[in-house]
Design a protein around this ligand. Structure first.
Ligand code: MG
Ligand code: MG
Length: 255
């Protein structure tokens, strides 16, 4: 069932989104050559703790996973697309890092992700991140009253296609509210004018994942969580939680 939020709920979700933004900023600020992924998790965790927020990631145990998720962020490096576990891996010069983080404040969830390069960036990685950012921007621009979910999907897919990037075919965004994952599913490609109608008070996590190799397939790593590109090419993932309102899309996961 799709839950349409009241304006008071949107305000509460904005508070959760702000915590997510600050946690992501802290993790990105902590990142550097030689820094472990676990240290990025600790930086994000400190922000959640200080805000009195809980993590919807920590202990999350969907049916596909062999173990509960052990951290408050996903840290996905280079060919990892999403769901990377922040372990003892130490970042190297030129690594492309995607950090995904959620927070729950007063019972409402926020969910966002950033991608960036540690140290000296390869031009191709900056292009991949920029294309992912443009795909998210196009998806958000289509998140307006009167459109449908398919319009968001179509906008994201068009940018990815123009950039000759692949996207995991069955992964995408989602409704969000009292739980991190709610209906409807928001595919990263689709046909315009199809799918759930967008109304004031609908809140969606929009999250393009672009793979530089141009293929849409991926594989699950041996940890049972991390999803990696099938061809070993690099991936980027950027996400915002966005409320559809009569005044246009409102990004809830800004600082
Ligand atoms: Mg996320
Ligand atoms: Mg999400």
């Amino acid at each position: 069932m799709v839950e349409i939020k009241t304006d008071a709920a949107l305000e509460a979700m904005r508070a959760a989104g702000r915590v997510v933004a600050h946690a992501l900023a802290a993790a990105e600020k902590a990142a550097g050559v030689g820094v472990s992924l676990r240290e990025l998790d600790e930086a994000a965790r400190a922000v959640l703790d200080a805000a009195g927020a809980t993590s919807p990631f920590l202990g999350y145990h969907p049916s596909f996973a062999p173990t509960p998720f052990p951290a408050v962020i996903c840290a996905s490096v280079n060919d990892a697309v999403v769901h990377g576990i922040p372990d003892g891996y130490r970042l190297r010069d030129g690594d492309l890092v995607s950090i995904d983080c959620g927070a729950v404040v007063d019972g409402w969830a926020g969910d966002a992700a950033v991608s960036f390069v540690v140290g000296t960036p390869a031009p191709a990685d900056l292009e991949l991140i920029e294309a992912t950012r443009r795909a998210l921007e196009a998806g958000i621009a289509a998140a307006v009253v009167g459109n449908r979910v398919g319009d968001i999907s179509h906008a994201i897919g068009a940018v990815a296609r123009a950039a000759r990037c692949g996207m995991p075919s069955d992964l995408g965004g989602h409704g969000i509210g009292r739980r991190m994952h709610e209906e409807p599913h928001v595919p990263n490609r689709g046909r315009p004018r199809r799918g759930f109608p967008l109304r004031h008070g609908l809140v969606l996590a929009i999250e393009p994942m672009l793979m530089a190799g141009g293929r849409d397939d991926y594989r699950t790593a041996s940890d049972g969580w991390t999803l990696r590109t099938a061809d070993g090419s690099r991936a980027a993932h950027i996400e915002h939680t966005v409320a559809i309102t009569e005044d246009g899309p409102r990004i809830l996961t800004l600082p």
